[in-house]
Design a protein around this ligand. Structure first.
Ligand code: HEC
Length: 126
C-alpha cells in the first residue's frame, strides 16, 4: 500500500473515532443535564464512593446501580418505572448501602422519555 493511502486511511479512521466519541459525550451531557434539572443529584452521585467515612449516600451512586443491573434483562424498563413511581420503602433494594429508605416518585420532575434516557445512560456507566 502506498504511504499516502495509508495516511489517508489513518486520518479517516481517527476522524471516525473522534466523531463517535463526540456523539457519545454529547449524549452523556444531555442525560446529565436532564438529571440535574430533575434534581436527581440531590440524592445521587455518579461515581462510586470509595470511603464510607462521610457516611452512606442518600441514594446509591449510579456506577453502583449500573454494576447491579446492567446485565439483567428488562433492567431499563424496571428502573424507569421505579424512577417515575418511586421505590417501595418496605422492600429497599439498597438496604445498608444507601442512607435513604426509599426514593420518592419523580414523575412530577421528569417525563417518561427523559427518565428512560437517564436510565439508559446510568446503565452505560462503568
Ligand atoms: C430524595 C432523594 C432522591 C432523589 C431526588 C432521587 N433518588 Fe433515586 N434513589 C433514592 C434512594 C434512597 C434510592 C434507593 C432505593 C432502594 O433502596 O430501593 C434510589 C434509587 C434509585 C435507582 C435504583 C433503583 C433500584 O430499585 O435499585 C435509580 C436508577 C435511581 N434512584 C435514579 C434516580 C433518578 C434518575 C432520579 C432523578 C429523576 C432520582 N433517582 C432521584 C433517592 C433519590
Amino acid at each position: 500500500m502506498k504511504r499516502r493511502t495509508q495516511i489517508c486511511l489513518l486520518a479517516s479512521a481517527l476522524m471516525f473515532a473522534s466523531t463517535a466519541a463526540l456523539a457519545q459525550s454529547s449524549a452523556d451531557d444531555a442525560a446529565k443535564k436532564i438529571a440535574a434539572n430533575a434534581g436527581c443529584f440531590t440524592c445521587h452521585s455518579i461515581k462510586h464512593q470509595e470511603s464510607k467515612d462521610a457516611g452512606l449516600p442518600v441514594g446509591p451512586a449510579w456506577q453502583d446501580v449500573s454494576l447491579q443491573y446492567r446485565d439483567k434483562p428488562g433492567a431499563a424498563d424496571f428502573l424507569t418505572r421505579i424512577v417515575l413511581e418511586g421505590s417501595n420503602p418496605y422492600a429497599s433494594h439498597w438496604k445498608n448501602k444507601a442512607a435513604g429508605i426509599a426514593m420518592p416518585p419523580n414523575a412530577v420532575a421528569i417525563s417518561e422519555s427523559n427518565a428512560r434516557q437517564v436510565v439508559f445512560w446510568i446503565l452505560s456507566l462503568r
